[in-house]
Design a protein around this ligand. Structure first.
Ligand code: AMP
Ligand code: MN
Length: 320
């Protein structure tokens, strides 16, 4: 689980042009506007964007705007909020539950669901680059690729012991649902039924009425970003996945860049800014993964890491 609220320290404080009362604090890989009076090294409770705060005394100053969003204040981006903290919990301590904070989930189009998401397939999710400064430094220089992050709904299509299923982020959907029919129409169900092994393909379902259809697509479509081998319990690496999907004519999320990983957040954010491959409008962001499996890395995602960098211009426009 991601920590939406945690004890952190202010790493740096910078003045903001023409502002007497506020400053820009650097906390983890994030930057956040705070009132003057803080010092470098002060502990704070840092609350990320995507948090929904409870409506109580602690958060009365939000005046009911309990969904923490990216803001632009005096021309600078402010990510999340910082609260004074005078306790002695160590840096990194999770405060999410204690403060009653929950994650904002964008509304999914209602669909008839039939089952829970299969427990043996990892759910799709991406951490933010700003949350993983140590990982970025550890793997600095590693050849990586970035794909365009599409703002739709997560879709997992799997085959297991003869059963074919289509799932949203949380549930398996009925065969009359739009997502199921889109997968069928695209030939994805035939594709996985004809294979000789049990796999799951995961992609983004986009099109009319999906999260505002920012790509302005006339029809629904699924763009794949991961392939998971259910029997071996591991993801395909980039090359294997590329060859496999290409061979079977499966559409993937567009490639944006190949580069050596940097731990400079500003550079990563710069890379995320730009227009979509689909047209003349800003992309949601990028998702970065290593090109080759990483020797010795054995995490939840197997021997790879994966994270997102959101385009702040897109996030502002969308109001999240
Ligand atoms: P978020 O939408 O902020 O919750 O970020 C994670 C989600 O991004 C994943 O669960 C996917 O559904 C979605 N996503 C969209 N485009 C991509 C991509 N190119 N690579 C990986 N995930 C993606
Ligand atoms: Mn999304």
């Amino acid at each position: 689980m991601r920590k939406l609220a945690s004890v952190q320290v202010i790493r740096d404080l910078l003045p903001i042009e023409n502002a007497d009362r506020i400053e820009l604090a650097h906390i983890e890989g994030f930057q956040c506007v705070v009132p003057k009076g803080y010092h470098v090294g002060d502990k704070v409770i840092y609350i990320e964007t995507d948090s929904i705060c409870p409506k109580n005394e602690t958060f009365a100053f939000l005046k009911g705007h309990s969904h923490i969003k990216l803001q632009k204040i005096r021309g600078v981006y402010s990510q999340g909020i910082a609260l004074e903290y005078h306790g002695d919990a160590p840096v990194g301590t999770d405060m999410t539950k204690e403060l009653g904070i929950v994650k904002y989930e964008p509304p999914e189009q209602p669909m008839d669901t039939i089952e829970a998401f299969p427990w043996y397939i990892p759910k799709t999710d991406e951490v933010r680059a700003q949350n993983i400064p140590e990982l970025l430094t550890k793997y600095k220089g590693v050849p990586c690729y970035a794909t365009e992050k599409l703002d739709g709904s997560s879709c997992t299509i799997y085959r297991n012991k003869g059963h074919i299923g289509v799932c949203t982020r949380k549930r398996e959907v009925d065969n009359t649902s739009l997502m199921f029919r889109t997968a069928e129409k695209q030939g994805l169900l035939d594709f996985i039924s004809n294979l000789d092994k049990d796999i799951a393909i995961q992609g983004e379902f986009v099109g009319p009425k999906q999260q505002g259809n920012h790509l302005h697509l006339p029809e629904h479509h699924i763009y794949v970003f991961s392939v998971y081998d259910i029997t071996k319990q591991g993801y395909f690496d980039q090359d294997t996945m590329g060859l496999f999907l290409n061979f079977h004519n499966v559409d993937t999320v567009p490639l944006v860049n190949e580069f050596a990983l940097t731990d400079n957040i500003d550079e990563l954010v710069k890379m995320a800014i730009g227009n979509s491959t689909f047209g003349n409008f800003p992309r949601e962001g990028i998702v970065i993964r290593p090109i080759e499996p990483i020797e010795g890395l054995q995490g939840f995602l197997g021997n790879r890491f994966s994270f997102k960098v959101i385009n702040p211009e897109y996030q502002m426009k969308k109001g999240e």
